[in-house]
Design a protein around this ligand. Structure first.
Ligand SMILES: *Cc1c(COP(=O)(O)O)cnc(C)c1O
Length: 711
């Protein structure tokens, strides 16, 4: 079976020969004219495939294609998109080649266990993956030579369905490569395989590629008949299985990942480890150098000089720590190749302050020379967490810096908001988005126009919610009661507060339910009702997270809430996009200081949706007193319940005294001028700063280029 662009060669009319090439480059997803092209191609298919051009090409009729091949309007658009695509691929006048003279043919290589590029490629579970996807897109926009490596999980991340009593069911639909924009990497016309030894046998990893603008993501896949049946499952699910499964996956990611690059003759100048999952990469680099005749000490210096490591969470359980016996099982044949004894090897991953296993973060911190957390606060917390690795110095001197996360603005901005920005900020605002001065112009947008753009996006969210509920009802997946709590009773004229993220306990989705009577008073205010939309998945093995989800779901289902609290099933990038663009306020209530950065609030702010959030992660840097609301850190209490009660009380107070009155203060035409001031301030302060534009430039200037310049 042939996958990919070539499989469409017969179906395509010659005039539309390059259409599959557009469909197979995720660039279409953030280039509006390319998106419009696929909408025009067949709008019902666009909707039914959840915006998946590859499925669309598969399903669209030959008659329709022939019709389009003679449709002047379509052809004009098609030609314009191709001109834009070719110019992206050429990369002449982009920021990086204009600014730096390094990395001509030696890319940055970026390793991550998950990538969120688009909802059609379900190889992400949450913020970490979406950030990695946004990072690749931005490197393409900036012209940075960049290659990413990850897994093609054939069962991807699970799809969520809620039972009538609020229990999360996880469904793992099997991935079909022909439905998604992935292509086999061929070597002399044959599939490409990379061997990795695991406990005495060899796993052959098949290699796929995904085109992301000018850059490429390679995905490894063990599901091939060359491997024994039990090994074929190794790359099937994201964060599935036990510790043994997990360490094997991470060996494939770090060690197999580097071998993929070698196999394809890609020699990276800098290697970037995105979270500890891929940290074995440092060992494989060292092994290569030792094989060339270096000592381990010499090899480590070189590895350090060219490796960047980003740590992503202050939650201790978020760091992989493997029992020593598992590490021995898989590495007893490996440490001699590094010239190390068993003790020296195990010590590489052992944290002096907590020597109870082999910690992947510790391994990466020891062997990556430039390391960072993902917000200012997270940098500070990380230096404290890992002080014991540098015991001789002060905690401030621990060499972990920070680069605050951002979002790929072109991927997250709503159409209606984009039109406003083009008209009032600059027609080419997307290219100049990090010029802070430009965003002063947002203050000139007439209130009526900004409000109507927002209401348009809010209506689109309502439509999505209704149509999803209708479809699931038709398919027999929802009881009538579930239909009512899935958002179909929401009033689009009333305030809507959004809360959507993974249901990890530290995110405290249930904080707003601390005082149900007070909540009911807010929800049922006759003149100024408050509504909530919740969405998010709990990790299937996280019982606490699933119980939290059930609590939220049951409140939503409670007839006493009158459908003003909604739960949207199966949170993914598609649902996220509609939510961050369409709600009125973005709520975030992490237990401080566990939100390393958070990015969904940045997506919201960019669309003029103000944040109401605990002063943690990015919001501790982003909040300026007039661009949203802060649940002030009352000092982190030792007593978790006391802290929750204090934060909840502050949350109710802000809603009652500030958010609700401001939202409902209208002029005769129903325009909330005071509210619009906050919206504008949210846009002005977030777009130029909390974007991957600023973030990737930071990584490039501070880490990539200096590392690439080292001899
Ligand atoms: C942006 C995004 C996230 C990140 O959410 P935070 O809670 O802000 O970290 C998670 N999941 C999806 C689908 C997203 O789009």
């Amino acid at each position: 079976m042939q996958y990919g662009i070539a499989s469409y060669s017969e179906k395509m009319p010659p005039r539309l020969r390059r259409l599959p090439e557009i469909a197979y480059n995720f660039w279409w997803s953030w280039h509006r004219p390319a998106r419009d092209l696929f909408k025009y191609l067949d709008y019902p298919l666009w909707r039914s495939t959840e915006h998946n051009p590859v499925s669309m090409l598969d399903e669209v009729t030959v008659e329709r294609l022939n019709e389009l091949a003679t449709d002047p309007l379509f052809l004009r658009q098609y030609d314009a998109v191709l001109v834009a695509l070719d110019s992206v691929l050429k990369n002449g006048h982009l920021w990086f080649p204009k600014t730096f003279d390094v990395l001509a043919d030696r890319p940055i290589a970026y390793f991550s266990a998950e990538f969120g590029l688009h909802q059609s490629l379900s190889i992400y579970s949450g913020g970490l993956g979406v950030l990695a996807g946004d990072h690749i897109k931005e490197t393409s926009d900036l012209g940075i030579p960049f290659t990413a490596v990850g897994f093609l999980y054939e069962r991807g991340y699970f799809r969520q369905h809620m039972t009538p009593d609020g229990w999360q069911e996880a469904i793992y639909p099997r991935f079909k490569p022909e439905d998604v924009a992935v292509q086999e990497v061929l070597t002399d016309g044959e599939s490409t395989f990379v061997p990795v030894e695991l406990d005495g046998r060899t796993i052959n990893l098949m290699v796929w590629q995904v085109q992301v603008g000018r850059n490429r993501l390679y995905l490894m896949d063990a599901d091939h008949e060359l491997n024994s049946p039990w090994d074929r499952e190794l790359t099937s699910t994201l964060y599935g299985g036990d510790q043994d499964m997990r360490i094997r996956q991470e060996i494939l990611l770090g060690i197999g990942g580097l071998r993929v690059l070698r196999k394809l003759s890609i020699s990276p100048a800098v290697l970037h480890i995105n979270e500890g999952h891929s940290a074995f990469l440092v060992l494989e680099q060292a092994r290569e150098l030792v094989a060339e005749g270096m000592s381990f000490a010499e090899a480590s210096d070189i590895v350090r000089s060219r490796t960047v490591f980003t740590t992503h969470t202050p939650v201790p359980a978020g760091h992989d720590v493997f029992p020593f016996h598992l590490v021995e099982k898989y590495f007893h044949g490996y440490w001699p190749k590094l010239g190390l004894s068993r003790e020296e090897f195990l010590a590489l991953g052992t944290q002096p302050a907590d020597p109870h296993g082999f910690n992947m973060t510790v391994l990466a911190l020891r062997l990556a020379g430039q390391t960072n957390g993902v917000s200012q606060m997270h940098g500070t917390v990380s230096r404290q967490m890992f002080h014991s690795l540098w015991p001789e110095g002060r905690v401030e001197d621990v060499p972990i810096g920070h680069v605050t996360n951002g979002i790929h603005v072109a991927s997250w901005i709503g159409n209606a908001m984009n039109r406003i920005f083009r008209k009032y900020v600059a027609p080419d605002w997307i290219d100049r988005q990090d010029e802070a001065i430009l965003w002063e112009r947002i203050l000139d947008v007439p209130d009526e126009e900004l409000w109507s753009a927002h209401l348009h996006l809010k209506r689109k969210l309502m439509t999505l919610i209704r149509e999803r509920a209708r479809q699931m009802r038709i398919e027999g997946l929802l009881t009538p009661e579930q239909v009512l709590c899935s958002g179909t009773l929401l009033d689009p004229d009333a305030l809507i507060i959004g809360f959507a993220r993974r249901f990890a306990t530290y995110k405290r989705a249930g904080l707003i339910f601390e005082d149900l009577e007070r909540l009911k008073r807010l929800v049922h205010d006759r003149h100024r009702p408050v509504q909530f939309i919740f969405s998010g998945k709990a990790h299937p093995a996280d019982e606490g997270g699933k119980r939290l989800l059930q609590q939220v779901y049951n409140v939503a289902k409670d007839p006493a809430m009158g459908g003003r609290i909604a739960f949207i099933e199966d949170y993914d990038m598609q649902v996220a996009r509609y939510l961050v663009q369409g709600v009125d306020v973005w709520l975030n209530t992490p237990r401080c200081p566990y939100e390393a950065s958070g990015t969904s609030g940045q997506k919201a702010a960019t669309n003029g949706v103000p944040n109401l959030s605990v002063l943690d992660g990015w919001w501790a840097e982003g909040y300026n007193g007039s661009n949203g609301w802060a649940i002030a850190a009352t000092g982190v209490c030792e007593d978790v319940q006391m802290q929750d009660r204090a934060d909840a009380a502050e949350l109710y107070r802000l809603l009652e005294d500030e958010v609700v009155p401001l939202f409902y203060r209208r002029d005769d035409a129903g325009v909330p001028h005071g509210w619009l001031r906050v919206m504008k301030e949210a846009i002005r302060t977030s777009v130029p700063v909390f974007s991957t534009r600023r973030m990737v430039k930071d990584y490039t200037e501070r880490y990539y280029v200096p590392a690439a310049r080292r001899p």
